[in-house]
Ligand binder design. Structure first.
Ligand SMILES: NC(=O)c1ccc[n+]([C@@H]2O[C@H](COP(=O)([O-])OP(=O)(O)OC[C@H]3O[C@@H](n4cnc5c(N)ncnc54)[C@H](O)[C@@H]3O)[C@@H](O)[C@H]2O)c1
Length: 255
């Protein structure tokens, strides 16, 4: 296999959660360009991403489901294996953000963030692991954590998000150790500030200014700038990489 081929995902089956838009959508399209068939799981209608994958000559299906719901996640993985074949790559990326001071935050807002960002990742990685272990072909699981898993953002307060993303980093490291024996690698990416619906260009100017002033690269990133990290972790190019938290944040967390 040539070195270039080690980055390819030819005929791999890849599942992407949160692939209707944003980082998930960009990475799903990049994985399709590298040769993978794609299954999208999202609360939103993902037909636009599906069409764009099909235009790239790969198979694509989507499931409008909630990653917080155990039966919906398990059923989707059953159907993906029936329709596309054994799952090789899972990008567990769906997430929500919420900014509020802790003393003002309701318990239900806390639970909404934690149940999506942490419980959702548990349900998706568990379903993925079960399928990969049963198929005995190994696999690569990539979770989307955040630099907020290890830095405290400024000036906005977002305790639930930060705590949930720290949990994603340790979920990743724990599963890397548990599942290495099955040939399953588990890694996460930690984006910094990325322009998407979650962090739109319309964000309060004083927040944007504060972020950019602390960014060595002096700019917010774009979703396509995560694709290289995800392709690397999904592919054979990272065959000795597991339990890694690949930070893609323009240097924000270096200060
Ligand atoms: N944008 C940033 O600045 C940034 C920074 C660090 C980490 N992240 C993380 O990157 C990931 C993707 O975020 P994005 O910026 O693309 O945001 P986004 O809001 O554009 O996309 C998130 C996607 O997840 C889906 N989703 C949310 N809850 C869901 C649920 N319960 N079930 C199924 N799907 C659900 C949404 O419908 C949406 O399509 C998230 O985990 C986010 O926390 C984003």
């Amino acid at each position: 296999m040539s070195f270039l081929d080690r980055f390819m995902l030819k005929d791999k089956i890849a599942v992407v959660t949160g692939g209707a838009r944003g980082i998930g959508r960009e990475c799903a399209l990049a994985m399709a360009e590298m040769g993978a068939d794609i299954a999208i799981l999202d609360l939103l209608d993902a037909s636009r991403t599906v069409d764009e994958v099909l235009q790239r000559g790969r198979k694509a299906i989507s499931f409008q489901i909630d990653v917080r719901k155990e039966q919906e996640v398990d059923r989707a993985f059953d159907e993906i294996c029936e329709k596309l074949g054994p799952v090789n790559v899972v990008f567990s990326n769906a997430g929500v953000a919420y900014c509020e001071n802790c003393e003002k935050m309701s318990f239900s807002d806390w639970k909404n963030v934690v149940s999506t960002n942490l419980n959702g990742n548990f349900l998706v990685t568990r379903a993925a692991g079960r399928k990969m272990i049963a198929a005995r072909q190994g696999g690569s699981i990539i979770l989307t954590a955040s630099m907020s898993g290890f830095v405290v953002n400024y000036p906005q307060n977002q305790v639930a998000y930060n705590a949930s993303k720290a949990g994603v980093v340790q979920l990743t490291r724990s599963l890397a150790c548990e599942w290495a024996r099955y040939g399953i690698r588990v890694n996460c990416i930690s984006p910094g500030y990325i322009l998407t619906e979650m962090t739109p260009p319309t964000t309060k100017k004083e927040w944007m200014d504060a972020w950019i002033s602390r960014l060595p690269m002096q700019r917010i990133g774009t979703a396509d700038e995560l694709c290289g990290a995800v392709i690397y972790l999904a592919s054979e190019a990272s065959s000795y990489t597991t339990g890694c938290n690949l930070v893609v944040d323009g240097g924000y967390s270096c200060y």
